[in-house]
Each structure stands twice: as C-alpha cells, then as structure tokens.
Design a protein around this ligand. Structure first.
Ligand code: ARG
Length: 257
C-alpha cells in the first residue's frame, strides 16, 4: 500500500514537472512570434471580412510571408489605431508595422522603413451627385473627412479654409460622406478604388487625378537596423521567388509594376 502511494506521488510529480516544462516551452516559442501592427480598415491591404476576426489583404499576406521567410514560427497581427502604430513600434509592443504606410520624410525621423513595396497616391472621393468639386482647389472652404494621422489627413489640412474631420477608421470617414456630413474624403487611391468596386459606387465617385506618388514601406523601430536589413532581405527573396508577384496578382488582379 505504501509502495503504491509512493508510486502515485512519483507519477503526480512527474506529470507536474512535465506540465511546467511545457510552460517553459511555450515561453520559448513566443520568442519566435513576429508581432505585426496594423489598422485594418484599409482594404485591399488590411481588413477583416464581415463576421471574421481574421486579417486579410495584401499587407497581411506579405507580412506573414516575410515573417516565415525570416524563420519565425508565427506571425501575430495586432490591431490598433493608425496613429498608435508608430508609438507601438517604438515602445516595443510590435516588431513591425504593415499598414499601407507611406514613406514620408517626417515619419523617417521616428521609424526605420523597409524598401518600398507598393506605389500609391491620394485621391478625392465625393458623392455621386456632387458636380462642383473636381479638384483639390475646389475643396477650399469645404468639409473634408480623412483617417487620423494619414497622409490624406495632412493633405486635407493643407486646403485653405477647409473644415477637416479626422476619423479613427476609414469606414467612418466613408460613412460620413454617405450621410453628407462632409463634402469629400481624401484617401489612398487603391483603397478608394476597392471601396467603390465593392458597392460604394452606388453613392460615391472619385474626382481629379491621383496626386503625387507615395510609396508604402514596412516600418520598424527607429535604429533597429538588423531587423530592417532582415526584412529587406526577405522582401527581396519573395520578389525573386515569385511569391510577391503571386500575392500582387491575388489582391490587385494584375502583374506588379
Ligand atoms: N498611406 C496613407 C498613410 O501612410 C494611409 C495609410 C492608412 N493605413 C491604414 N492601414 N489605415 O498615411
């Protein structure tokens, strides 16, 4: 009886040790998680399909491919406000930002950017029945919506006498236009194009040309040159092995330029 008891205790102790060991293993594994910050109201670059918690889009696929290429076991997407992305990088809460973020001189002061991976530009969206706004000049004194902290927001704020409302999400900015709370939205052209194609064209349209080119870059913490070099290397490898082209084709339906 005593022997049995000792045996049972030994088994329990062994199981407990094993469980603790597993816990340690988990911790080790979490070091192999690559954390990527984004703001997911920016289809087709990052968005959540209705009723889904999954992150879809070109940037999301690209970030996952880059993480894998660099040898990470898991890529975890972290959802936050667009204006919170750079602070999150520099606080060490995420390793990289993949958010259709345009490489600007201003941002280069506070983050490291990868090589550019997509060429974009801003465009104006108005309601279909609007016949008076045809250019940025026509927005003077008008009400404009944009997403907070974006280049579209900056552009809107450069328009003389315009009343600019900065929204946390692009969804809200577009809704405000539909509700006629604003006269125009300024946002990235491929995102506006996608929105219109998904049914937005029932009430809205673009006017004028795409403004000056903006190049998207993946962002890393300022001074994290090793990670930046690794990301650039992974990006170059994905371009070389056809994976980048495959993703480009998947999301834009055309061959990358
Ligand atoms: N390209 C613009 C910028 O850098 C807009 C990016 C918005 N991205 C997003 N995921 N909401 O400011």
């Amino acid at each position: 009886m005593k022997k049995l008891l000792i045996l049972m205790m030994t088994v329990i102790a062994a199981v407990a040790m094993l469980a603790a060991g597993c816990g340690g293993g988990d911790k080790k594994e979490s070091a192999k998680v690559f954390r990527v910050g984004t703001e997911p109201t920016f289809a087709p670059f990052e968005f959540q399909e209705e009723g889904s918690k999954e992150y879809a889009g070109f940037d999301m696929d690209l970030a996952r491919a880059i993480g894998k290429q660099m040898g990470y076991e898991k890529v975890e997407i972290v959802n936050m406000g667009f204006d919170a992305l750079v602070p999150a990088l520099n606080a060490g809460n995420v390793d990289m930002v993949a958010a259709g973020m345009s490489i600007t001189e201003e941002r280069q002061k506070s983050v490291n950017f990868s090589d550019p991976y997509y060429t974009s530009g801003l465009i104006i969206m108005v309601n279909k029945d609007n016949d008076t706004i045809k250019s940025l000049k026509d927005l003077e004194g008008k009400r404009i919506a944009a997403q907070i902290g974006t280049t579209g927001d900056n552009k809107a704020r450069s328009v003389a006498n315009a009343v600019v409302t900065s929204f946390n999400t692009n969804t809200e900015a577009a809704m405000e236009l539909t509700n006629k709370g604003v006269d125009a939205v300024i946002n990235d052209s491929p995102v506006v194009g996608y929105y219109l194609a998904q049914g937005g064209n029932k009430t809205a349209k673009t006017v004028g040309d795409v403004m000056e080119a903006e190049k998207y870059g993946l962002a890393m913490k300022k001074g994290n040159d090793q990670l930046t070099a690794d990301v650039n290397k992974a990006l170059a490898e994905l371009k070389k092995n056809g994976e980048y082209d495959k993703l480009y084709q998947k999301w834009f339906g055309e061959v990358s330029k």
